[in-house]
Ligand binder design. Sequence first.
Ligand code: HEC
Length: 180
Amino acid sequence: MSAFEWNKVIGAILAALLVIKVVDIAGDALLHAKVPEKNAYPVAGIAPAQPSGAPAAKKAEVQIAAIGPMLAKASADQGAQVARKCTVCHSFDKGGPNKVGPALWGTIGHDIAGGSFSYSAALKAVKGKWDYETLNKWLYDPKAFAPGNRMAFAGVKNDAERAALIAYMRSRADNPVPLP
Ligand code: HEC
């Protein structure tokens, strides 16, 4: 290659590097965009974003929609699709095994942490039975329901999905518990 051609090659490389740098800077500017103090529109159950630098305000109590009215419209078949998020760790089958998490046949109506599984102390400390409302809270945000529990799952935040999932779990039992 002649020196002239080399110049063209080097010129092209420099141009490419320049483009990369510009994209990099523009990307930084986008990522570090300021969070607005108020949500553009209110979202039920979501605390407003804190302006960066402001002292952390008291965590807003999250209001989870009551499950009763949602269950009336929920489809267990759709819930079976949602339950795919769970089956890496759980079996919903009758006589199914414990996997990473406990077997979930007939969960509703059973004691919380009442199966033959080595539950965390955090979950065992929660007293009572799994009813529709406790399951609703657990599946919305497992960490908030029983801080320190071992279910590594963020939760199902979409109300309709969660209701469908609970309707599906209701059907995975010998005697499905009557709807609330
Ligand atoms: C990454 C694995 C994992 C995923 C995914 C997961 N779980 Fe769990 N789950 C666990 C573990 C582990 C426990 C036991 C937690 C403990 O003892 O602290 C648990 C506990 C539970 C319990 C309590 C059972 C009992 O006997 O008291 C329920 C109910 C439950 N999970 C439902 C679900 C549902 C429904 C999904 C899907 C939306 C899901 N889990 C997704 C691992 C998982």
